[in-house]
Design a protein around this ligand. Sequence first.
Ligand code: FES
Length: 324
Amino acid sequence: MADEALLQPATVVAVRDLTPTVRSLEILPADGILPFTPGSHIAVQVCINGRPDRRHYSLLGRPEDGCYRIAVRRMPHSRGGSIFMWDLREGDALAVSAPRNAFPLKGGGSAYLLIAGGIGITPIHAMAMALADAEAPFRLLYGVRSRSDAPFGDALATRLGNRLELVVEEEGGLIDMAAAFAPLPDNGEAYVCGPMGMLEAALAGWRAAGRPAERLRFETFGNSGHRAAQPFIVRVPDLGREIRVEANQTMLDALDAAGVEVLSDCRRGECGLCNVDVVACEGELDHRDVFLSEGQKAEGRQLCACVSRVAGGSVTIRTGYRPL
Ligand code: FES
């Protein structure tokens, strides 16, 4: 079962390159936009290899802007979603869902720490603007590869001043989570969006500092793993199937294309609905979700099919689905 949020017709009203690899799109639904809060996202219908699919994008800006504004990074090993989005031009028609917020800025803390990595800046950008408008105490740590690949870097520096710290990998910069969390008061809150390594470091640092789990909130974009994506084989003995998963394809998509039903919802490694049992694995499991615990990942008996994969070799799974 895929994301079933209703789609409505919309038009691309503006396209703008923010960096050589990140492009912003302004989208206007035929019936106008619906209210949204920082951390919200919309689903966009894309077409991949002739098949409709959906991708989720965090909303930038505010409802007062009168349109939905998103930013899309062109991924070098795109499964097709970012290529579809980068092919869109002003005036093109597409279909989008209403905004939904799975990463809300809860409020209630006496100070906030926002941490973004790469394109993870998109939901964090909206949070930073809201906190700045509310004159709330906060800092934003923004990790980027290079200064030329930092979408919104200049605009954020202008708006936030010394509340923004740009951490540039190319210049030897690395976010020190322990040092970042240390000045946060006990009831402070942290919001993190970035690649898997950044999330794992944040979770470990937060835990090591003895801070309450509910005050660290995070979101991932579910496409960054510990190993480069490569093709692998997935076997489903209960259904007598053996399916090849291409490097630019998720295991969930490959199973779906082969007619093997697996429940799913977020498709970003967060909800756990697509979790399958691992019966055997020849190769290394590359867990890319934030649903399973570190212990469960180490055991290697489960896998979130929407984002996680095998670094070469094969995996044998049980989906729990039984045909009638
Ligand atoms: S669909 Fe939500 S974790 Fe895979």
